[in-house]
Design a protein around this ligand. Structure first.
Ligand code: SF4
Length: 294
């Protein structure tokens, strides 16, 4: 049956990523400034915690791309060192302290991996579609874990986390992004993919959730509902980019971390500005450099 949009018209296929859908849910104004305003409004400076996260992700992806015999613990640390991104740190000393900590973190993580077990994908882009949405995204790692009987087993979506926020299993269970990745991986690989895992490197914990086909279908319907709101808002924006009511701000404490806080009076009033390095975890060995930045 033809799906109808908000105005009774057939709804077009909406191309999206989980990040775009999450941006809409989080704050429609931020969504507009990120995805619709052209030229895009100026962003604030880069965040050190984003640099740290990208550095760790790049090192782990690079490690899996090495020939198997070169996948040593030290090689992971070396990749972290050589690819370190220092944008957003207060100074060289703070950057170096976190680089050392991340080297330790990455080495500890790969020490628990079997370099001979090849993932099915590393930073692999997957995509799927329904009658309403075409969703795509990049999976940190896609594993194929052997079944207990030695069979090929199911696929597992692995997502690396580097933030200081402590995660729970509910974060894996409720993640729309992980569910969509699982559905897309299943479609691309033509194998069941029900298990999703968050690998929290700072604590060395794995938060895993086993979906059912029904729970994945629920998440897909949720994505379609959000996409329907986005598509209607996009259409209204094309008709009138100044239709502010379509993209209301959603001010709150998180506005301190928003790239567009300087362009948003409501957000600026709601939260104090954050320094680019405020999202970093405190380290015991950062010494006088951090004291100087307090
Ligand atoms: S500062 Fe807050 S309210 Fe304003 S766009 Fe950013 S998240 Fe939305």
């Amino acid at each position: 049956m033809e799906q109808l949009g908000f105005d009774g018209m057939p709804r077009r296929l909406y191309p999206c990523t989980p990040t775009r859908l999450a941006a809409w849910l989080d704050c429609p104004r931020r969504y507009r400034m990120t995805y619709l305003d052209r030229p895009p409004p100026p962003k604030g400076p880069p965040w050190a915690h984003n640099s740290l996260g990208a550095s760790v992700h790049n090192a782990l992806a690079g490690w899996w791309r090495l020939p198997r015999r070169e996948r040593t613990v030290a090689a992971a640390g070396d990749l972290l060192d050589t690819g370190w991104i220092s944008d957003g740190f207060a100074d060289d000393a703070q950057s170096a302290a976190h680089r050392r900590e991340c080297r330790r973190m990455v080495e500890d993580y790969v020490a628990g991996l079997d370099p001979a077990v090849e993932p099915l994908g590393v930073e692999r882009t997957v995509a799927t579609r329904t009658d309403l949405i075409a969703v795509s995204g990049r999976i940190d790692r896609l594993d194929a874990r052997p079944a207990a009987d030695g069979g090929p087993g199911d696929l597992v979506v692995v997502d690396y986390k580097t933030g200081r926020h402590v995660l729970t299993v509910d974060d894996a269970r409720g993640s729309l992004a992980l569910a969509l990745y699982a559905l897309a991986a299943e479609r691309v690989m033509r194998r069941p993919c029900l298990r999703v895992e968050l690998h929290h490197l700072p604590t060395g914990t794995v938060l895993a959730w086993g979906h059912t086909p029904e729970s994945l279908a629920r998440q897909l319907r949720r994505a379609e509902d959000i996409a329907g709101e986005c598509a209607a808002a996009d259409d209204r924006y094309l008709g009138d980019p100044m239709a502010a009511a379509t993209f209301p701000p959603r001010p709150g404490p998180g506005c301190g971390w928003c790239d567009f806080r300087a362009q948003c009076p409501e957000g600026a009033a709601a939260a104090r500005p954050r320094r680019p390095w405020d999202g970093l975890a405190d380290l015991p060995d950062t010494g006088p450099s951090l004291a100087a930045t307090a």
